[in-house]
Design a protein around this ligand. Structure first.
Ligand code: ADP
Ligand code: MG
Length: 331
């Protein structure tokens, strides 16, 4: 039934757990948003050129699977850019990417990542970046040989069905909906606000997402996590039910999750919960029915009202009825 609706449950117990979920945490990029980021603005520092900032970033990002990396590579390609080869490229999950270009160390990533190396960032430049973030854009810095050469703002669209899907989950009685993201607080707030999500945790590393899930579990026991990236995998594994986006999802996320939403449709979430709740109701009905029937057979046995063949037919018959009742889920 789930598969027909585009919801893949990896095993039966996950359907049961899905019906008991009380809180749901969402990753932002790629989950609530399309993850199809586009470069919105390139800001070079004084004396630098947009083109060089973009090409230098693309030299590293062309090795990356991150949506930000893809956006930067795409933008550089569109400008017919030829970038230099990068070596020793390393993705720093949830932070950025680092490598060597023409003998110099180049870093692309978020403010916290850049601050690790350059504690005193130019305040004027920080202000420009803050303004872009307030517009819901994600800003990454480009650093060459320990010097900031510019920043790139990327933006993506919120999934069209996200708002309605979250509203539906609230109607279903989900007590807490949370936004978890590695992105900065300002961008995260702007997205959460437009979707009616009250609880936001921003600037999280993958292990922080896991910690938040643990805290939620202490309060709500059954917590679902919806995500798409490698950075979500620990949280997906920790959650009572891990749910991955089938289309946008990274292989690691798909491997770790218990439930996969085919074609990334967020509205399937409320369907999955309804299906789980219905399954739980039918399970209870079936157990009640089966036990009552056995009890009646026992009474009939002791009062001498039943013979062996009738007893066997009654017992096996009740089993068939339970199976048929279970199949109601297919309707
Ligand atoms: P989310 O939780 O929203 O999916 P991530 O944890 O993947 O985001 O990334 C968090 C932040 O780390 C990004 O907003 C970006 O600033 C930075 N980052 C991660 N990977 C890259 C990359 N390949 N290039 C540049 N910045 C990156
Ligand atoms: Mg993501």
């Amino acid at each position: 039934r789930g598969a027909r609706a585009g919801i893949l449950f990896k095993n039966g117990s996950q359907i049961e757990k899905m019906g008991k979920v009380k809180a749901i945490a969402f990753d932002k990029t790629g989950t609530l948003t399309t993850g199809k980021l586009e470069v919105a603005e390139i800001v070079p520092v004084v004396g630098e050129k947009c083109d060089r900032v973009l090409k230098l970033a693309a030299a590293l990002e062309s090795h990356s699977e991150h949506p930000i990396g893809k956006a930067i590579t795409q933008a550089a390609l569109q400008k017919n850019g030829q970038w230099q080869n990068a070596s020793q490229v390393q993705a720093k999950t949830g932070l950025g990417i680092v490598g060597e270009v023409a003998g110099k160390t180049v870093k692309v990533g978020k403010t916290a990542f850049i601050r690790q190396e350059i504690p005193h960032l130019n305040p004027e430049f920080v202000r420009i970046n803050k303004r872009l973030e307030k517009q819901g854009k994600t800003v990454v810095w480009v650093v060459e040989a320990e010097k900031v050469i510019g920043s790139i703002a990327v933006a993506d669209a919120i999934r069209p069905e996200a708002g309605a899907s979250i509203e539906k989950l609230k109607q279903l009685g989900i007590e807490q909906i949370v936004l978890l993201t590695g992105d900065n607080q300002v961008t995260a707030n702007s997205v959460a606000e437009s979707l009616g999500i009250e609880m936001v945790h921003a600037e999280l590393l993958p292990e922080d997402k896991l910690t938040v899930i643990r805290q939620l579990q202490r309060k709500y026991q059954n917590v679902a996590m919806v995500g798409d990236g490698i950075n979500d995998a620990p949280a997906l594994a920790m959650a009572t039910v891990g749910i991955a986006m089938g289309g946008a999802g990274n292989d690691v996320a798909l491997e770790t999750a218990d439930v996969i939403l085919m074609s990334d449709r967020l509205e399937k979430l409320s369907q999955a919960i309804s299906l789980g709740r219905r399954a739980n109701r039918i399970i209870k009905q079936n157990i009640t029915f089966a036990l009552s029937f056995i009890f009646l057979l026992l009474i009939a046995n002791f009062t001498g009202n039943i013979n062996m063949p009738l007893g066997v037919i009654g017992h096996e018959g009740s089993t068939v009825l339970v199976i048929l009742s279970g199949l109601r889920l297919l309707l």
